[in-house]
Ligand binder design. Structure first.
Ligand code: HEM
Length: 222
C-alpha cells in the first residue's frame, strides 16, 4: 500500500550546504575526541580536584554522561547526511539513526538536569541560552525519529537537518570563542561571561545557524 506521504517530493539540499556542514563536522573532530575522552574519564575515574565538573554524584554523572553522548551525537548526526550511505546502506543509516537519536536525547536531558541542579558558569542568562539549546535538541531528535517512523521522508529530512545544526552547536560555541579571541584578543568577553560577546554567544552558537537553515529550506521550497 502506498504511504500517505509518498507524493511529497524531496528536493536535494544544495550540495554546497551539505559540503559546508560536513566540513564543519570534520573541523569538530578534535572537539568530539576531547568531549568523549573527558566524559568517559569523568564517568570511570575520580577527577575531584582536577575539574570543577566533578562535584556531588548526581550532577557529576549527568555532566560526564552528557559529554560522552554529546560526542557521539556530534559525530554521527552529520555522518547521517552522507547520501551514498543513506541510499546504498539504508540499514546502516537506520541503525546509526537510532544511536544518534538516543545519544542526542541523553545529551539534552542530562544537560537540562545539570543546569537545573548546578546552573552554568556564566549565570542565569547562560543557563537560559543552554536550556533553550537542550530543549530544541530534544524537540529536533523527537521529530526526526517520529517522521522516520511515520515514513514522512520530507519532514524527516528537514528535522534531521535541524538536529545536525544543533548537534554541531556545542562545537560552534567553542569555535566562536577561538576565532573571536584570535581576531580581537577577546574584546567584549570577560572571565565571568558578562561581556557583549559572551552574551551574544549564549544563544549565538545555534540560533543564527537555525535561521540560516530555515532560509535555505525556504529557498528550496520556492
Ligand atoms: C551536542 C553535543 C554536546 C557536546 C559534545 C557537549 C560537550 C560538553 C563538554 C565537553 C562540556 C565541558 C566543558 C568544556 O570542557 O568545554 C560541556 C559542558 C556543558 N554542556 Fe554540553 N555538550 C553538548 C550539548 C549540550 C546540550 C544540548 C546542552 C543543554 C542542555 C549542554 C549543556 C552543557 C552545560 C550546562 C555544560 C556546563 C557549562 C558550564 O557551566 O561550564 N550541552 N558540554
Amino acid at each position: 500500500m502506498p504511504n500517505r506521504h509518498a507524493r511529497r517530493t524531496i528536493a536535494p539540499m544544495p550540495r554546497a550546504a551539505i559540503l559546508a556542514t560536513l566540513g564543519v563536522a570534520l573541523l569538530a573532530l578534535p572537539f568530539v575526541l576531547y568531549a568523549g575522552a573527558f566524559g568517559l574519564a569523568g564517568l570511570a575515574t575520580d577527577l575531584s580536584g582536577e575539574t570543577r565538573f566533578y562535584t556531588t554524584p548526581l550532577p557529576t554523572a549527568l555532566i560526564f554522561a552528557h559529554m560522552t553522548t554529546g560526542a557521539v551525537a556530534t559525530l554521527l548526526a552529520p555522518f547521517q547526511l552522507i547520501e551514498r550511505i543513506r541510499t546504498r546502506r539504508p540499514r546502516v543509516h537506520r541503525a546509526l539513526g537510532y544511536v544518534t537519536l538516543a545519544a542526542a536525547a541523553i545529551t539534552g536531558i542530562a544537560g537540562l538536569l545539570y543546569i537545573a541542579l548546578k546552573g552554568t558558569i556564566g549565570g542565569p542568562l547562560m543557563s537560559a541560552g543552554f536550556a533553550l539549546y537542550g530543549a530544541l535538541l530534544l524537540i529536533a531528535a523527537a521529530n526526526t525519529v517520529y517522521h522516520a517512523l511515520d515514513k514522512n521522508r520530507a519532514a524527516h529530512r528537514v528535522w534531521a537537518l535541524r538536529l545536525t545544526v544543533l548537534a554541531l552547536g556545542s562545537f560552534l560555541y567553542r569555535l566562536h570563542y577561538w576565532v573571536w579571541y584570535a581576531a580581537t584578543g577577546g574584546a567584549g568577553s570577560t572571565p565571568d561571561f558578562t561581556g557583549p560577546f559572551d552574551l551574544f554567544n549564549f544563544a549565538g552558537f545555534y540560533l543564527p545557524y537555525l535561521v540560516i537553515l530555515e532560509l535555505v529550506l525556504r529557498t528550496e521550497r520556492t
